[in-house]
Design a protein around this ligand. Sequence first.
Ligand code: GDP
Length: 307
Amino acid sequence: MFSLFRRPQQIKASLTKTRTSFLTRLTALVARNEVDEEFWISLEEMLIGADVGTTTTIELVDKMRVRADKEHVRQTARVQEMLKEELLALLQTAQPPPPLSNFSPPYVVLVVGVNGSGKTTSIAKLAHYYRAQNKKVLLAAADTFRAAAIDQLKIWGQRVGADVIAHQPGADPGAVAFDAWQAARARNVDYVIVDTAGRLQTKFNLMKELEKIARVLQKNDPLAPHETFLVLDAVTGQNGLQQAREFKKATPLTGLILTKLDGTAKGGVVFAIVKELQVPIRFVGTGETLDDWAEFDAQEFVAGLFE
Ligand code: GDP
């Protein structure tokens, strides 16, 4: 399907910092032209340096060593090709859920993540993305903990042409989600995007709050929420991975939104995240404006690292 948000150039541009550091080292490594012990060690160091993470790197390199042995690979250039293949295969191990066949709108997307990760901006970008497909969108301000979050969401809603359902600060997030669903059904809305509290409370509270929102939504539609996206700030690298683990324990995730890819040289964290969580990256934030948003494509991402 044609999509305005399939944006290989944008993904590539946002990887500039990562690519510069990654490719410089890889080029130096490949120039050595001999696949020996030192080569493998340097390759490991390079991947860890790009924030691919120790466990993921060791597994990747071990796999490549076995392949290189079996395929009698002597040329470093061939190993580079192999690295591309393995990185792509790794990203493809996590897939989004298949589209629902018998479903009646609204499609409910729950968005979770810590404050500062770019959650509000990503909700606005996601709404803008659906609006660009001529869909009706409604935002639910279920992060009732921060008054500022509610105000922000209202401003974005106006900007992107989406209704916003909000209660007073401190209100019950479940009640907001319930009202939002009802309003969406009454107004023939296609997508409801639910903002949720972003403070990393105790895991127990986080879990209870997300469970409650889900339970309330399910009173209206047993299949809701249809998706739960976790927003992760790429700049935080391996710390982001730790956060992601906590959220995954608190709620089932169907996708990740990786923000601020443009602001980091450690875009390699994508591989660690997908490998460990087995949750697919669905969208990437590539800047601060509404249009700095792209559907994640594994092939484009890997190509963007190497070219
Ligand atoms: P929240 O606290 O998680 O809701 O975070 P916000 O949505 O308010 O975003 C925090 C900051 O990150 C803001 O200054 C955003 O403009 C910025 N931001 C969000 N996404 C991106 C992105 O993809 N790239 C860049 N460079 N900045 C981003």
